[in-house]
Ligand binder design. Structure first.
Ligand SMILES: [Zn+2]
Length: 170
């Protein structure tokens, strides 16, 4: 059995808990138990959390309301995932690769498969999957473990990741 990495994208309080400016909605909370059971079922996989962690004046706030500032409650991983230890990689853009150590960490692990879960399907999940596929990693996306505040974009992103990027939907 080859090595598997599970990349958990932005499963943060700012996106998955009500009351924060970029809360993804109750639909998105439905993936939480699915992600928990996936992680329970794959005890041998290495977990990497890629997490929005912005500076106060990040340029991304010209497009989106201010969210997940470094050190804020919003930037914390949700409690449900606390039992699952992993490497935490702060990021400031959609792709988990941009200006982070993800590239080096993956090279060291050299996984046979990378599973990607989290939010939002059409934004950080899709851009991270694209950058994984550009590096020829074999990628799986469990459909019940990704979500977006925008249902149309969610469906588009799944199709795009499968048909264009060559990820396997499971
Ligand atoms: Zn952000």
């Amino acid at each position: 059995m080859g090595k598997e990495v599970i990349i958990v994208v932005d499963m943060l309080r700012g996106f998955l808990e009500k009351g924060h400016p970029l809360y993804c909605g109750s639909e998105s909370r439905m993936i939480i138990p699915n992600v928990v059971s996936l992680l329970n079922n794959k005890k041998d996989a290495e977990i990497i959390y890629v997490c929005d962690s912005h500076e106060e004046n990040d340029r991304e706030f010209k497009m989106f309301p201010k969210h997940c500032v470094k050190g804020s409650v919003e930037s914390e991983i949700i409690d449900e995932l606390k039992p699952f230890k992993g490497t935490v990689i702060p990021k400031t853009r959609y792709s988990g690769f941009y200006n982070t150590l993800l590239e080096d960490i993956l090279k060291k692990i050299n996984p046979d498969k990378v599973t990607v879960v989290g939010v939002c399907t059409d934004i950080c999940v899709m851009h991270t999957v694209a950058d994984l596929r550009n590096r020829d990693y074999s990628v799986e996306v469990p459909v019940n473990c990704v979500s977006s505040f925008d249902a149309d974009n969610h469906r588009f992103a799944l199709k795009h990741m499968e048909k264009v990027l060559g990820a396997k939907l499971v």
